[in-house]
Design a protein around this ligand. Sequence first.
Ligand code: PMP
Ligand code: GLN
Length: 380
Amino acid sequence: LVERMRGFGTTVFAEMSLLAARTGALNLGQGFPDTDGPPEVLEEAQRAIRDGVNQYPPGTGHVVLREAVARHQQEWYGLTYDPATEVLITTGATEGVSAALLALCETGDEVVALDPTYDSYAAAATMARAVLRPVTLRPPDFALDLDALRAAITPRTRVLLVNSPHNPTGRVLTEAELAGIAALAVEHDLWVVCDEVYEHLTFDGHVHRPLAGFPGMRERTVLVSSAGKTFNVTGWKIGWVCAPPALVTAVNATKQFLTFSGGAPFQPAVALGLGLPRERFAEIRDRLQAGRDLLTEGLRRAGLEVFGAQGTYFVNVDIASIGETDGIAFCRGLPDRVGVVAVPTQVFHADPASAATLVRFAFCKRPEVLAEAAERLARL
Ligand code: PMP
Ligand code: GLN
């Protein structure tokens, strides 16, 4: 393995899911649902397979999906993208982010990212021979310090990499924070890559607003999202990029040599999903919010300090509140202690020591599983 990739080893998700499989513990580590998504979406994928949608899709994606993505951006956010030139279908948001960084960064360029970062970002930046510069969100509220963001920008900064709703913190950036990011991006003439995979999973009236909709942003923003979280199909890996034609062409230049294309029969199924009535999205969100409430309450009963999730699949706790000092040791021992798996979020931090006692639990699980997890955690 090349020297620059040696620090990455095995992802924490793989380690923790393996631990769950080996011990039979309830897996609240890796974020994936334990129920299927909308039946008509699943049925559409089966129909597509039966109807022979099984060969390479066009490199930029099936027309029906590109059109559905463009319609979705228009109807939900008032953003206009031309499906022919401004939408690119990717193998999940992971590929969208990687292809964007590979397309936009010269060697040594800096990518300013919200820290803790989703684990693929640092690896993608490194593969692009760029350097990640963290701007850390800290508990209890994980607010964005715009002065810290400004201070992180240097003459080498090429890209602002934003994620909201944010994994792992569960934070949804506010209108003021997004406006602040937009103003800095315009002032310093930066590209912005915005990962919005949890766009439909926000709670308590928190609303997702795409950065691309702020003044001066559409022309510099690569909007990245995917279907996995919204429709409980994390294994399908259907994502998309929306951006002006020159940016889409740039991202496609790298994307075409990562996978070229993929997921042929899933593309029409996701197209159908994106067109579902709003009530169905509300149902998905409400079910997830109920799961969040159940787990949050259980974690509190276990004596943990809980930082409420405004969106995503994840709720975070500080295990210092029960006298623990290291999240990695805690998570490695948790299956044997009480039969639950969680993820130490220090591994997502540029400075792990500053987040040694933060731990993330996924609530995208059936109510009975979350109730059982809460009962087990009460034994801590
Ligand atoms: N970005 C974030 C913030 C995520 O949490 C995830 C999934 N866990 C991804 C990207 C990956 O998305 P996909 O499966 O569509 O590649
Ligand atoms: N995004 C998922 C999470 O945060 C994990 C996806 C993966 O395993 N790469 O749990």
